[in-house]
Design a protein around this ligand. Structure first.
Ligand SMILES: Cc1ncc(COP(=O)(O)O)c(C=O)c1O
Length: 437
């Protein structure tokens, strides 16, 4: 896979943050809401491929990709060209009231590949959380039922409905209640929060027994509109369930007339080595939500469902910006690149990186407890959660951008254009960082 930029990384020239970066951080401190937890003081001036440059000229190798967003790498020339061409023709014409070519073309392209069954339709919105809100509303409308089941460890977004489904960290809901009523949580496969308290990896589909308990106690299945599940749990720790967990879940939902919503906001668009993560498990959800990788960094999200499921009342739901012409053009260019080899690259380099991480675990078995993930959605889980910050900061100081995940993991989610050489560089840096702990 061709590297988009000719610049190499890492290249660290100053103490971090450098003087120009520090000046910007000071301005940020004065006027920007300070509730974000930044793991390290990176200021980004420009980026290309996997190379991120700060205002002092330091270059970093990006294994974070804007939290798994920049699927085609930063500023991929094809995506930038598509954005430029569209911006010169039409920026916006609200799809709630008018028809535009980019909306129709992108819907056709997504409908052709989404594993939701016959006659898919697409509804566009702006963010993952909004796509999830849309899925909640659609499921309630379609079934005439109110209850929704989500999973412990799940992350579905920050708006009130999505935040109610989210059950990853208490801070994400503390102080915001009352939350949306009629939402129940069950246990996710292989999750360390499992009440059976098994070791991760040995925990099995018994997690679904808890769902049966919910059915028999507080949430009769004939009152449940939807079960929403991340095919691979993202923010909660990159947990990959056994195939049976999802196939049994899908069968249970079908049996009770419950809609199965696969939240593929993070795992979709080639991130896991297939276009949709659901494909790894052979499930056909009723509704799929997409966002992050969809438009390579432009704001766009989608809800995809079969024609017989996507039954909004006319005027009953909408979004002014959803399906913005420029974002759709970026998404069409993104899909072109994914279909021309990037999904395959995600699978290939992902498998390579996974094996390197396994070796790293062998060399640092007193620090790394687990390696998990699929494709380029990978984590190393640390035995001591307190070491996560040290790994992130140590990597940053050596020019590698990483993010935390769950309670004790460090995630590696490079753009899907990553090469094996760049994977080797990331592993070398991680190796050095772990050796200092
Ligand atoms: C699985 C999943 N769903 C929903 C969201 C929310 O997306 P957004 O931040 O675009 O609202 C995220 C964000 O990380 C996510 O990972």
């Amino acid at each position: 896979m061709a590297i988009v930029t000719t610049l190499s990384a890492p290249s660290i020239q100053t103490k971090l943050p450098g003087p120009k970066a520090r000046a910007l951080i000071e301005r940020d401190l004065r006027v920007v809401s300070q509730h974000y937890h930044r793991d390290y003081p990176l200021v980004v001036e420009e980026a290309s491929g996997l190379v991120v440059t700060d205002p002092d000229g330091n270059r970093f190798l990006d294994f974070a990709a804007g939290i798994a967003v920049c699927a085609t790498g930063h500023c991929h020339p094809d995506v930038v060209a598509a954005i430029r061409a569209q911006a010169g023709k039409l920026l916006h014409m609200c799809p709630t009231d008018f028809y535009t070519g980019p909306v129709v073309e992108l819907a056709e392209r997504l409908a052709a590949v989404a594993p939701v069954g016959e006659n898919p339709r697409v509804f566009f919105t702006n963010s993952g959380a909004e796509a999830v809100e849309s899925a909640i509303k659609l499921a309630r409308l379609r079934t005439g039922r109110q209850k929704i089941v989500a999973f412990f460890g799940a992350f579905h977004g920050r708006t009130m409905g999505a935040a109610t489904l989210t059950a990853s960290k208490a801070v994400q809901r503390r102080g915001y209640g009352p939350m949306l009523p009629e939402v129940h949580h069950s246990y996710y496969a292989q999750c360390y929060r499992c009440p059976v308290n098994r070791e991760p990896q040995t925990c099995d589909v018994e997690c679904l027994d808890h769902l049966e308990t919910l059915f028999h106690t507080v949430a009769p299945p004939d009152e449940i509109a939807a079960i929403i599940v991340e095919p691979i749990q993202g923010e909660g720790g990159y947990y990959v369930p056994k195939k049976e967990f999802l196939t049994r879940l899908a069968a249970t939902a079908k049996k009770h007339g419950i809609l199965l919503v696969a939240d593929e906001v993070q795992a979709g668009m080639g991130r896991t080595g297939k276009m949709f993560a659901s494909e790894h498990f052979g499930i056909e959800p009723d509704i799929i939500t997409l966002a992050k990788g969809l438009a390579s960094g432009m704001p766009l999200a989608a809800v995809i469902a079969r024609d017989e499921v996507m039954t909004w009342n006319s005027g009953g739901h909408g979004s002014t910006y959803g399906g913005n012409a420029v974002s759709c053009a970026a998404a069409i260019a993104t899909l072109d690149l994914l279909e021309k080899g990037l999904v395959e690259n995600s699978a290939d380099v992902g498998a390579y990186l996974f094996s390197k991480l396994e070796s790293l675990k062998g060399r640092h078995s007193q620090i790394i407890g687990d390696v998990r993930g699929l494709g380029l959605m990978l984590v190393i889980d640390l035995l001591d959660p307190k070491l996560v910050d040290a790994v992130l900061v140590g990597a940053f100081e050596r020019g590698l951008l990483l993010l935390g995940c769950g309670d004790s993991a460090v995630r590696l989610t490079p753009p899907l254009v990553v090469t094996t050489e760049q994977a080797d560089t990331a592993i070398e840096i991680l190796d050095k960082v772990l050796a200092t702990l």
